[in-house]
Design a protein around this ligand. Sequence first.
Ligand code: MN
Length: 245
Amino acid sequence: MSSNMNPKEMPDSPLLTRRGFLTASAGASLFMVAGGIPGIAWAAKKPPFSLPPLPYAEDALEPHISSKTLKLHYGKHHQGYVDKANKLVKGTKYEKMTLEEIMLNTAGKSGKEEGIYNNTAQIWNHTFYWKSMRPDGGRKPPKNLMKKIEASFGSFEDCKKQLGQAAKDQFGTGYAWLIKDGDTLKAISTEDAENPLAKGMTPLITIDVWEHAYYLDYQNRRAEYVDAVIENLIDWEFAAKNLGE
Ligand code: MN
């Protein structure tokens, strides 16, 4: 893939063939981007942002996630982050950066930057969350991913167990992620809008565990929601593509 493709021409995956992207050391004020980000189209978009299309119909994840939940989560919450981010970046230096660049350059900062980070990261996280699921998901990962899962977790069952535990144990709002850290895969959780890319990790899959993701369908039973997503909805092919191999 060329590294200077127009975002519109970029294929939707793999996500992290961004060679030379995270080249700045941690704490540097600007992440260096060599010739554009060879990543997924929506992460390379510049403001004003618009709501990326949902990859399936609003009722496609039923009975595990209802159309009522998707309608609100996608149409109101995700849209809300898009609107807020557009408002916050207007007239700032961030207007010229891509979604991902804005997110990475505001990570860990306070003041106005904190709001910009939270809202751009939420656009990123939600777009990634929709793609982490599909109507006929669950099942087994493709071979190349399965090998890495077995090397890192021992077995696919243990990988699912650890991902589920990260999601269930996250206190308050946040996300559970399957990530690649160096050569190892790990199941981690993050708080609020926090995105693992800002820590130099490669996200493969995410599960939103903010209450708005499950409360209408499961009320306080987050564990049931998490198990339903892992067993029936996770798109392991999307995860495999994000390995960037
Ligand atoms: Mn959410």
